[in-house]
Write a protein of this length. Structure first.
Length: 282
């Protein structure tokens, strides 16, 4: 005689709810940073959330961390809700983190700021962005209300993408090994770099062994002249505000004062730069 299994109404409702609820994204096992750590470090590094100024617009900010395999570990923001930051910054932060991780070695780190000059037309890495296009279907998937939370739909995903302006840094442990990448976005590219630098320091993952800058690390190099060319080949243009001065103060940048045209608020004694694209979302 066959017996049927009957679910009581309460049990049926519970089972239905379990099936309907979205599964919480799982961070990869080898993540160098957890969500709560990223939130804390980011909020302490951004003026809008109580931290210091970084010389740009002092907006709220996004940040993302990927592991060494490029899988997203965490995405966070400083505002009260996703719309308090530029919404496009989430995808940009993830791609900056991916780019920094992708072009880092244990002995040599290249920040996304360092990639600006060589990826310009005529540069040695021109066309780099097209080699690893982002997975748009992943970047835009899932409930938008979960963006920037511990359950962000991108957690555990490998989205790809290459962004070549300031804001992306590789993460290095105390043994000088690359363990992932960090991306910051939501302000000018120059301010994003300063923010990422502060966040990496706060996370204790700043043990870089070498890099293309004059200080042999991955700091931003301000040596792009009014002709648009970088003296070192690894330079980044200046942005509006005093982000260059702050970079000098916190050790996140080197300024070639003989070459760099500056905007009001930057190094004294310089002529104002032509209209700058640093005000665009980065």
């Amino acid at each position: 005689m066959k017996r049927s299994i009957l679910l009581q109404p309460a049990g049926l409702l519970a089972a239905t709810a379990m099936l309907a609820a979205p599964a919480l994204a799982q961070a990869p096992a080898n993540c160098p940073v957890q969500y709560d750590q990223l939130v804390q470090a980011l909020k302490r590094s951004v003026k809008a959330s109580g931290g210091p100024t970084n010389g740009g617009l002092d907006n709220n900010e996004w940040a993302a961390v990927v592991d060494r395999n490029g899988a997203v570990c965490a995405i966070a923001f400083t505002g009260g809700k996703p719309g308090d930051q530029w919404l496009g910054g989430r995808a940009i932060a993830v791609q900056k983190a991916n780019a920094a991780n992708s072009f880092a070695l244990d002995r040599f780190s290249i920040s996304t700021a360092n990639l600006w000059s060589p990826t310009q037309p005529g540069g040695s890495m021109y066309g780099l962005q097209g080699t690893n296009p982002p997975a748009a279907q992943e970047l835009l998937a899932g409930p938008a209300e979960q963006y920037g939370t511990a359950g962000d739909p991108l957690v555990g995903k490998r989205t790809g993408g290459i962004v070549t302006v300031g804001g992306g840094l590789a993460l290095y442990d105390q043994n000088h090994r690359v363990v992932g990448g960090l991306g910051a976005s939501g302000d000018t590219a120059c301010a994003d770099h300063n923010i990422a630098w502060r966040v990496r320091q706060a996370l204790g993952l700043h043990h870089v062994s070498g890099g293309p800058s004059p200080d042999h690390n991955d700091e931003i190099v301000y040596d792009v002249g009014s002709d648009g060319h970088s003296g070192s080949g690894w330079g980044h243009p200046s942005c509006a505000g005093n982000s260059m001065q702050i970079a000098k103060e916190i050790g996140s940048g080197r300024v070639d004062v003989a070459r760099v045209p500056t905007t009001t608020g930057e190094a004294p004694g310089m002529q104002p730069a032509p209209p700058d694209n640093g005000m665009l979302p980065h």
